[in-house]
Structure formats: C-alpha cells, structure tokens
Design a protein around this ligand. Structure first.
Ligand code: NI
Length: 227
C-alpha cells in the first residue's frame, strides 16, 4: 500500500531547505549504491555525515514525530537518518529493491528496512520526469508529489525513478524499521485506526462500540508488534 502524507514540511520550510540544498556540495550517488544498484543509479547525494544533512534530517524527524498519520502508517521503531538526493540532466534510478538490512551511520547497529519514504522537496512543475514508480499487487503506481509531501511504500517493492529530462528533482529519502514488519498486518492496522479516527467525532467518547473497536486495534497491535 502506498500512503501519502501531506505537509510534512510547510512551503516556508521547503524554501529554507532548498536555499541550503541548492548551494550545497553534491556527490555522485553511485558511490553509495550496492553492487547491483550501482549500474542503474545515476543521481547525486549530499554527504550523510555533513552538518547540513544531519541538521535538515533532524528537522524532518521532528516534523514526523508530530504527525499522527505517519506514526499510524509506519509504526516506527527505528528511522534511518534522512538522506538527500537530486536528479537532473537525465538522472535516473532503474528498478531495484532497497537493501533489507542497513547499518545506522557511525554505529554497529543494524536495522531492517520495512517502509521506504520519499519526501519531495521540488514542486512538480520544476522538473520533467522523475516519477517514483512503485510496483504493487495492482500494477505500477507513479508518484510525483508537491514539495513538502511524502510517500511511504513497502521496502519489499520493486521501484524506480524515471529519468529527469528538465530541471532538477530534489528529495529526501530514508527507511523505517516498523514495530510491525509484515506489510499486510501494518496495512490492516492503518485501515482500522483510520476508521476509528473517522468515527470518533460523530460518537460519544464512551460509546461502547467505539471502546470495543479501539480495544480491537490495541489488541491486534499487541499481537503483531515486536519491540
Ligand atoms: Ni530505492
């Protein structure tokens, strides 16, 4: 399931990010790709260890911590520190699946990637191409969001970024290890939580039906979550 989360960053925040990112030093993205991915990856990235990357990444994490929709969709256990990439001049990333396990930067701690995230930092009219195409059970879905909006997709899925033929596509990307590793279980929990949230305003808070549904959510989460 693809889930979009609007307004992770405000337009003002995006402008501030872009002022710094557009002036930053960008390096060849293939340097950090795995052996197979190296052949299909043509983009640029900012050094993960740079002060800029760390600082902007922390701002994104602070916004996400205040997003009930993100927390409900991803049920995050560990979030990889956000990275930044740029595609221009035909830049593209061919079909691949993200690595299953990653070391957190500067540590020996590994995390499993369950959910992949792309936060768009360029408006759709700034560039041509650059769609994120994700293969799912119902075919390929193409994603191109407004600056400040984010898409979450299962890390198990094959995905690609189509060539950028005009302008530049700037984005942040990162991964989440979820408390609920299974994509199907996570999707059910998200649907149930959304339904409860939608029902809540029209019901008394002590309505036994609402209390029971909320209980079902927590009892499924208790069953499926691995902390
Ligand atoms: Ni990827």
């Amino acid at each position: 399931m693809l889930i979009t989360i609007d307004h992770v960053l405000s337009k003002e925040q995006v402008r501030a990010f872009r002022n710094e990112l557009d002036a930053a030093q960008w390096n060849d993205g293939a340097a950090t790709a795995g052996t197979l991915a190296k052949n299909v990856k043509r983009n640029e990235q900012i050094d993960d260890a740079s002060e800029l990357c760390v600082r902007l990444g922390q701002q994104i994490l602070r916004s996400l911590a205040q997003s009930p929709q993100f927390i409900s969709a991803a049920l995050p256990r560990t979030i990889y520190p956000p990275k930044f990439n740029r595609y221009a001049g035909g830049g593209t990333y061919g079909a691949h699946v993200d690595s299953a396990l990653m070391y957190l930067p500067g540590s020996h701690q590994q995390m499993r990637t369950d959910v992949s995230a792309t936060l768009f930092l360029a408006e759709p009219d700034e560039y041509e191409g650059g769609e994120l195409e994700v293969e799912g059970p119902f075919g390929v879905q193409a994603v191109k969001l407004e600056a400040g909006d984010m898409v979450l997709y299962p890390s198990t899925s094959l995905h690609r970024v189509t060539p950028v033929t005009r302008g530049a596509r700037v984005a942040s990307f990162f991964w989440i290890e979820s408390l609920v590793a299974d994509e199907g279980e996570r999707a059910l929990l998200f649907d149930l939580d959304r339904s409860v949230q939608q029902l809540t305003p029209s019901m008394q808070p002590d309505d036994p039906r609402l209390v029971q549904l909320t209980g079902v959510y927590h009892n499924l989460l208790r069953r499926w979550a691995r902390t």
